[in-house]
Design a protein around this ligand. Structure first.
Ligand SMILES: [Zn+2]
Length: 304
């Protein structure tokens, strides 16, 4: 009798192991956050990129490569944001299922913006040394919370296909996450309501999804969406633009070059931080809603 009870416990072990969720690797902290929200109560995804590093240029650490190699599922923005990751995903996680969120049918995407001044179709091509691809999609699509909501459902579907045992939990978590983001969107509307019509420049052209969702259009950008450094012609154009347009505020990511600031705003300017990756927020399910709300609060720096 005792023996059979013992054996029965032993036979439970494999099903306990099977109850662990799939190994999921993610690229940037906001994507990691959405996946963590859907996996709550089942498992925890891996964050491949060190928080705070620029996704536009990056080198994988060995531990990060190992996490990719362990993954059953890789969920990432796609090569539009992190072209360097494509080869690593193919080489290290070739057998894993893969979701590139920028390429999902339901994702809301906008074309790349070009140039220092937005909404100006007419400025002549001659004074620009632009020679890059004018096609392509702006990869910063997570800054529209509507995409976050679309992706929560998509992530739940992908996880359920891989791990049907926990499909109910994934679906419930995604539904709760969508409702939380509805609430965050209302909060952001409230924070931004008194700031509508603000004129400002952004440093890195990373925010058009947020600008469009919440009707807070920027006047221009110092650096394009790919985070390339501006050339002397662009800096000169910006200096003239800020002086003539009465632009007195720059919103940037956590890193800004003070010499560039001085060159663009010789008259001085207010500055605020719009952190698109949530560098100061602990990684996890709460990061994504917190980073969106922090972005909204960042606009306050430009208020009179
Ligand atoms: Zn960027």
């Amino acid at each position: 009798m005792r023996l059979s009870i013992f054996l029965c416990w032993a036979c439970l072990v494999p099903s306990v192991l099977a109850a662990k969720g799939p190994e999921v690797a993610t690229d940037i902290a906001p994507v990691h956050s959405l996946v963590a929200r859907v996996m709550q109560g089942v498992g925890t995804p891996e964050l491949i990129m060190r928080p705070g590093a620029s996704p536009h240029e990056y080198a994988l650490h060995p531990s990060e490569a190992a996490a990719l190699a362990r993954a059953n599922l890789v969920i990432w923005m796609g090569p539009g944001l992190t072209p360097w990751l494509q080869g690593a995903v193919e080489k290290l996680a070739g057998d894993a299922a893969q979701v590139a969120l920028l390429e999902a049918d339901a994702t809301i995407v906008y074309p790349l913006r070009q140039g220092a001044q937005f909404g100006e179709e007419d400025h002549s091509a001659e004074d620009h040394d632009h020679n890059h691809d004018h096609d392509g999609v702006d990869p910063h699509a997570w800054l529209d919370p509507a995409n976050g909501q679309i992706w929560l459902r998509l992530i739940a579907n992908e996880l359920s296909a891989l791990d049907p045992e926990h499909a109910g939990i994934y679906a419930d978590n995604a539904a709760q996450g969508v409702a939380e983001l509805d609430q965050v969107r209302r909060e952001i509307e409230g924070v931004l309501a008194p700031l509508r019509g603000l004129k400002y420049l952004v440093y890195h052209d990373a925010y058009q999804y947020f600008e469009a969702r919440f009707d807070m259009p920027a006047s221009g950008a110092v650096s394009d969406s790919d985070a390339s450094m501006p050339g002397p012609a662009r800096i000169a154009e910006l200096r003239e633009f800020t002086a003539q347009g009465g632009l007195t505020c720059l919103l940037s990511g956590p890193q800004t070059d003070p010499r560039l600031m001085q060159a663009i705003f010789p008259q001085g300017a207010k500055t605020g931080i719009l952190d698109p990756l949530g560098i100061d927020i602990p990684p996890g399910a709460g990061l994504y809603p917190a980073l969106l709300l922090d972005m909204a609060k960042g606009y306050d720096a430009c208020a009179d």
